[in-house]
Design a protein around this ligand. Structure first.
Ligand SMILES: Nc1ncnc2c1ncn2[C@@H]1O[C@H](COP(=O)(O)OP(=O)(O)OP(=O)(O)O)[C@@H](O)[C@H]1O
Ligand code: NI
Length: 412
């Protein structure tokens, strides 16, 4: 098996706030393979955007990011210099946000904006120094005719913008919202990325335009083998676009797996709740009310399952720390869920309610929790730590190794 393109293990991000420490992302682990579309779905405030911003190192000083590993093409993103990180951003990894105007400069033509990314990240052999930029801006006036400009026009055509040569000379306000988002996609492509992180890329658009933009992203992913991390609150979008998905709730990944497994054989009650509300998903506020209760406070977040107060299946183990259970017999890919009903000693009836919790279940869970905290003390490295300490990924076993050790299905 080849290494994943992006390998994130034990990512935890918190913010110091006036009210206390807010855990926005809590010990999440995921991998994105080459060419794969990986979704992160969850309601507002679950930590989706902070996940992306943590990986890209785009959080302000108030945020603390810790992880066992954030590795992109083998490079440890948490330890590279800020200047290396800047060249990765917009180059190897580019981002698309909800509002295209946040990525576009209103006083620059769209052709020039894309050409600029091409010069900085793409390989068209044009000089990118300060004086070259100045000459282009103030002496020749425009870079039309240059190789980077031609490439910009080409990219506008690639993302389906009609009359790309004419459009390239226009300013963002002259385009519709959908066209602007296409421009942002062209800009994202300009750096020749291996990974595009799209954070709710269609939320600000009309439903009719939404499908077109998603299709565009998918087609490009397929055509150029680009991986996509797609952040959305919409399970319908996930079903249409993603290969695998993580269901995020209150800063944690509750369930992760191939879309077919998640949709056909969901194991987490929160996932089930989301799926049950899909037909009404068109209006986001409506599906929020489908599952009764509210999201727990992320400040001084208690341990245990964050969904337990809203869960119909809650039982006595739910206030214990969560561990990851691997679902056996998943059709396609690894399918993991953090719900103690999966503890193999816990007896569950046909309706999914817990019937009995024998002593072995408790003992097995305790062993597992102890093993995980020993591993965290061992392998957990803060971002300020010496990079060499992490160079080999620490001594933390991979999830696969955990499973082999019986950690997931074994004797608990
Ligand atoms: N800079 C910050 N300082 C303090 N708290 C923050 C900061 N950024 C995000 N948060 C908090 O982190 C939590 C997760 O936020 P995040 O933006 O990741 O949610 P989200 O899942 O992207 O939601 P949405 O769907 O609304 O975009 C929220 O409680 C949010 O208030
Ligand atoms: Ni967000």
């Amino acid at each position: 098996m080849t290494d994943p393109l992006l390998d994130v293990r034990g990512l935890t991000t918190s913010f110091e706030t006036g009210q206390g420490r807010l855990t926005a992302v809590d010990d999440i682990t995921f991998q994105i393979e080459e060419g794969e579309v990986f979704g992160v779905v969850g309601e507002s405030g679950s930590g989706k955007s902070v996940t992306a911003l943590s990986v890209m190192r785009l959080l302000d000083d108030a945020g603390t990011v810790e992880a066992d590993e954030v590795r992109f093409k083998g490079t440890d993103l948490l330890s590279v210099s800020e200047s290396e990180m800047r060249s990765i951003r917009g180059g190897e990894i580019s981002m698309i946000f909800q509002d295209p105007m946040t990525s576009l400069n209103p006083v620059m033509t769209i052709g020039e904006q894309i050409a600029e990314v091409v010069r900085h990240h793409g390989d068209v052999g044009e000089r990118t120094g300060f004086w070259s930029e100045m000459r282009r801006k103030y002496v020749t006036g425009t870079s039309e005719g240059s190789r980077s400009w031609q490439r910009a026009v080409e990219l506008l055509e690639t993302v389906g913008i009609p009359e790309p040569e004419k459009r390239a000379t226009e300013y963002p306000h002259q385009l519709s919202g959908g066209m602007r988002q296409r421009v942002v996609i062209a800009q994202a492509l300009a750096g020749d990325p291996s990974l595009i992180i799209a954070d709710e890329p269609t939320t600000a658009l009309d439903v009719s335009i939404e499908a077109q933009i998603l299709n565009e992203i998918l087609e490009l992913s397929e055509e150029f083998g680009i991986s996509v991390l797609l952040i959305t609150h919409d399970l319908g979008v996930v079903r249409e676009t993603c290969d695998r998905v993580a269901v995020m709730y209150a800063s944690e990944f509750m369930e992760t797996g191939h879309v077919n497994d998640i949709f056909e054989d969901p194991h987490h009650p929160y996932t089930e709740g989301l799926l049950a509300s899909i037909p009404r998903i068109a209006d986001e506020r409506e599906w929020l009310s489908v599952i009764e209760g509210t999201v727990p406070d992320l400040i001084d977040k208690p341990s245990g399952c964050p969904f337990r107060d809203r869960c119909d299946y809650a039982f006595e183990l739910c206030d214990r720390p969560l561990v990851e259970y691997e679902i056996e017999g998943s059709a396609l890919e690894t399918h993991t869920v953090r719900c103690h009903r999966e503890n193999e000693h816990v007896e569950v009836d046909d309706s999914g309610h817990v019937e009995s919790v024998p002593d072995e279940a408790v003992a097995a869970l305790e062993r597992r929790i102890e093993a995980e905290s020993a591993r965290d003390a061992d392998g957990g490295v803060s971002p300020t730590a010496d990079a060499s300490a992490r160079a080999d990924g620490g001594s933390r076993p991979s999830p696969a190794a955990d499973a082999e050790n019986g950690g997931d299905h074994g004797e608990y």
